[in-house]
Design a protein around this ligand. Structure first.
Ligand SMILES: Nc1ncnc2c1ncn2[C@@H]1O[C@H](COP(=O)(O)OP(=O)(O)OP(=O)(O)O)[C@@H](O)[C@H]1O
Length: 301
């Protein structure tokens, strides 16, 4: 991290938007990646995540993608809160403010709560992807690091740097999740591209023997589905999901809606920690979280 980022994101420091004039107080750093740096900030009593971009063009394109997918009536609607520039040491830096998502990484969540939660998480993630696909985009860089899982298997996507309009070349990817890496299709923004990454995400989460670490070292001509097949044989949940995974890896789902229907049929009746018997209180919690979110937006504006 360069010095000016350290200064701008020091806990307690204020970030003031140059154009909109809103002021955010930094609580702490949340993370830093290849595209930017993310901090937990406060405005009044409301908390948000603020992401400052390293590269103005990439950052603006990320904001534009987020804006495009939040135009429709979907769960991304109020995700983007503000977009502005700040001035640090005389230099203009673009940033955007989004909803702060509290939760865990997929790996931590599944490790703590059990692998059978993947049935619920999978449904929720496919629903999120469908929303993006209905807006005319694909997510592009789907991977465990780009999602946050909260209490009841709710899924939020958090990094929109790979979002690409359908039909274009995929903008940003991570090799092992990419169907081109596996010689299983083109790097074109199609719904099936995301569904392929979704299948890899499942296998990677269920990969007890850390086989994925070795995949990075295999020569391109030696990468094939047989290597992934082994994981499905080793893990009982991966074995149950195999009919879905097979189709996804062969890009046989034309749309995420189709994938979701197949998924639901496959996992229906599977015993998970969220079986309906244990869930009467869940609706209440969900309603409460919607109410709190609405109140936060209301107070903010
Ligand atoms: N809305 C959010 N709510 C909570 N935490 C967030 C949010 N957005 C980002 N983070 C945290 O900040 C980290 C970095 O964010 P992000 O993945 O967007 O950065 P990036 O530079 O695009 O990363 P990458 O190198 O993976 O492309 C995330 O791993 C996550 O821990």
């Amino acid at each position: 991290m360069t010095t000016w980022y350290k200064e701008a994101f020091r806990p307690g420091s204020e970030i003031k938007g140059k154009w909109n004039g809103r002021v955010y107080v930094v609580e702490r750093l949340l993370g830093a990646g290849s595209n930017g740096i993310v901090a937990l900030v406060r405005k009044g009593t409301a908390r948000f995540a603020l992401k400052a971009g390293y590269e103005t063009v990439d950052h603006q394109s990320e904001i534009n993608s987020l804006l495009a997918i939040s135009q429709k009536e979907n769960s991304f609607k109020h995700f983007l809160i503000d977009a502005d520039d700040m001035v640090v040491q005389g230099k203009g830096i673009s940033f955007y403010v989004m909803r702060y998502i509290e939760g865990k990484s997929l790996t931590d969540f599944v490790h703590k709560r059990g692998q059978d939660w993947l049935y619920v998480i999978g449904s929720n993630l496919l629903r999120k992807l469908s929303e993006i696909h209905r807006s005319g985009f694909v997510f592009g860089d789907l991977k465990a690091e780009n999602m946050i899982v909260s209490n009841y298997g709710d899924v939020d996507l958090i990094d929109f740097g790979g979002v690409t309009p359908k039909g274009r070349a995929i903008k940003q990817l991570t090799e092992v999740y990419d169907r081109g890496f596996w010689n299983m299709g083109e790097r074109i923004a199609e719904e099936s591209y995301d569904i392929f990454s979704f299948a890899i995400l499942l296998l990677k989460t269920l990969d007890h023997r850390k086989r994925f670490a070795g995949f990075m070292k295999t020569l391109p001509q030696n990468r094939d589905l047989a290597q992934l097949q082994v994981i499905m044989q080793e893990n009982p949940i991966a074995a149950q999901l195999a009919p879905f995974i097979h189709k996804a890896l062969r890009s046989e789902f034309a749309t995420s809606e189709e994938a979701l229907v197949f998924w639901k049929g496959l996992v229906a009746g599977k015993k998970t920690a969220t079986s309906p018997l244990k869930m009467p209180w869940l609706k209440l919690c969900f309603a409460a979280s919607i109410f709190i979110f609405g109140a936060t937006i209301y107070m903010f504006w």
